[in-house]
Design a protein around this ligand. Structure first.
Ligand SMILES: *[C@@H]1O[C@H](CO)[C@@H](O)[C@H](O)[C@H]1NC(C)=O
Ligand SMILES: *[C@@H]1O[C@H](CO)[C@@H](O)[C@H](O)[C@H]1NC(C)=O
Ligand SMILES: *[C@@H]1O[C@H](CO)[C@@H](O)[C@H](O)[C@H]1NC(C)=O
Ligand SMILES: *[C@@H]1O[C@H](CO)[C@@H](O)[C@H](O)[C@H]1NC(C)=O
Ligand SMILES: *[C@@H]1O[C@H](CO)[C@@H](O)[C@H](O)[C@H]1NC(C)=O
Ligand SMILES: *[C@@H]1O[C@H](CO)[C@@H](O)[C@H](O)[C@H]1NC(C)=O
Ligand SMILES: *[C@@H]1O[C@H](CO)[C@@H](O)[C@H](O)[C@H]1NC(C)=O
Ligand SMILES: *[C@@H]1O[C@H](CO)[C@@H](O)[C@H](O)[C@H]1NC(C)=O
Ligand SMILES: [Ca+2]
Length: 379
């Protein structure tokens, strides 16, 4: 009987997983256009009567072999693909992860950008770095009631480049939905461990870049706004202090993350967090400014780039009249890995708790009411 129940639970979990993985059809473009010539290796220009399973297309779109194996699409002049997916019955947040590349690389006078649009959002994503490939995460929107959502992926360049190899290539699209998060008992911050964000690509060692997001509600890093560009890193490929994911602040120049929480004015709190390096050969003094309310503290870790981590904490008194207390981690310095990739300090495991004094007071209150209850029951 017990065994049956657990099998059921397992089946349920597997079903849930399969459903999540099926939000988009042909998200990695491994189902080719039926009209693709059998032995074709050259980029295949999709013509009006061709079809690409799961997707509609418009303008100049090529189906081609991706540099890392597999297949991808290139969005050239006015190139655009779109697909409609059904939101779940419950209201959920939708996060997208995707890889883009510039096959032309350094020889292009402009690399172009990928434009991702959904009914509530639009993001522009440049191809960056020496790798000529980048993985991005994006908040698409929040939907429910089985609503039909049209996801549109297009491209743009600053110059109209005659050379088709300079237009961006899109691959490995992963769409994920998450229910709204609730505060845990032991932390005043939601998503303080950064476990809730866009999915990581299974075949990618480079983390996921997150661009500026002003509102924590419209951020791919759930409940945190993003200043500058940060890298969302996974424990499979980086040193992550806690859980499966952490944040690496890579763009320096006051980039970082910020959230806000309702605290009781006049009460004392402690902010605990871990700083480290991602084991990505990011060597040097990495400086982070932590803010809680009106208290600012600078911390510097000496990184050898081998995945060290250190816990810090400080106490502060909530002093905001509105009760909303900002919490942020900002970096001023940026560094580079030995491969020339921008890197910086890693932040993880941010915990905000009522300081001991307040906690004791709360516990006393609780004990007292318990005693009163016991006394009442005894009578
Ligand atoms: C395709 O490849 C097969 C075997 O590799 C070969 O026999 C055939 O001639 C090729 N066809 C074309 C059109 O190149
Ligand atoms: C597309 O298909 C239609 C109907 O099958 C045909 O009339 C038309 O000529 C085709 N167009 C091209 C460009 O092949
Ligand atoms: C793409 O968008 C067009 C126009 O908005 C729509 O008619 C079409 O159904 C969409 N394609 C897919 C696959 O959702
Ligand atoms: C386009 O650019 C690629 C590499 O950037 C180069 O190899 C190719 O010759 C160029 N083609 C044209 C027509 O300029
Ligand atoms: C295009 O991208 C390559 C590699 O990512 C880079 O070296 C080059 O400077 C870029 N060109 C422009 C005009 O941004
Ligand atoms: C830092 O950011 C400011 C504005 O946000 C900008 O004007 C400045 O050029 C940046 N400095 C560097 C070194 O990127
Ligand atoms: C922290 O560092 C920043 C940037 O280096 C500096 O402007 C600020 O004065 C420092 N704050 C404290 C409290 O040391
Ligand atoms: C850092 O990476 C190396 C290999 O890339 C690995 O052997 C080592 O265990 C990692 N260290 C940490 C702290 O993750
Ligand atoms: Ca974490």
């Amino acid at each position: 009987m017990k065994k049956k129940a657990s099998t059921l639970v397992l089946q349920f979990l597997l079903l849930g997983f399969a459903y999540a993985a099926d939000l988009l059809q042909n998200p990695d473009f491994e189902s080719p256009p039926p009209s693709l010539p059998a032995n074709s290796t050259a980029p295949f220009l999709l013509k009006q009567n061709d079809t690409l399973p799961g997707w509609s297309f418009d303008g100049e779109v090529y189906y081609l072999k991706a540099s890392g194996g597999g297949h991808a699409v290139q969005l050239a002049q006015d190139g655009r693909i779109n697909q409609t997916f059904a939101a779940s019955a419950d209201f959920e947040d939708y996060l997208l992860t995707f890889a883009i590349a510039s096959p032309g690389g350094a020889s292009c006078s402009s690399n172009g950008s990928v434009v991702i649009s959904a009914p509530d959002s639009q993001g522009v994503f440049p191809v960056v770095g020496e790798q000529q490939r980048a993985v991005y995460g994006q908040f698409l929107g929040s939907w429910g009631d089985g609503e039909a959502i049209d996801l549109v992926i297009g491209s743009e360049t600053t110059e109209s480049d005659a050379n088709a190899t300079c237009w961006p290539v899109v691959d490995s699209i992963v769409l994920k939905s998450i229910a709204s998060l609730v505060k845990a008992n032991d932390n005043e911050l939601v998503n303080g461990g950064f476990e809730y964000g866009p999915d990581f690509l299974a075949d990618s060692t480079e983390g996921v870049l997150l661009q500026p997001a002003q509102s924590p509600l419209q951020s791919p890093l759930r409940q945190w706004s993003i200043l500058g560009t940060i890298k969302y890193i996974d424990s499979k490929h980086f040193a992550v202090p806690q859980g499966n994911a952490a944040v690496e602040i890579i763009s320096g120049n006051s980039s970082g993350i910020q959230t806000a929480t309702q605290l009781t004015k006049g009460s004392s709190y402690a902010l605990e967090f871990t700083l480290g390096d991602g084991n990505d050969s990011c060597v040097g003094d990495l400086e982070v400014r932590a803010q809680a309310g009106s208290v600012l503290q600078n911390y510097t870790i000496q990184s050898k780039g081998t995945g060290s981590a250190q816990k810090f904490s400080f106490k502060f008194k909530a002093d905001s009249d509105t009760g909303t207390t900002p919490i942020s981690f900002v970096s001023y310095t940026s560094s580079q890995t030995k491969d020339g990739v921008s890197c910086g300090p890693v932040v993880d495991d941010v915990v905000l708790r009522a300081s001991l004094g307040l906690r004791l007071a709360i516990q006393w209150k609780f004990l007292l009411s318990l005693l009163l209850l016991v006394a009442c029951v005894m009578k």
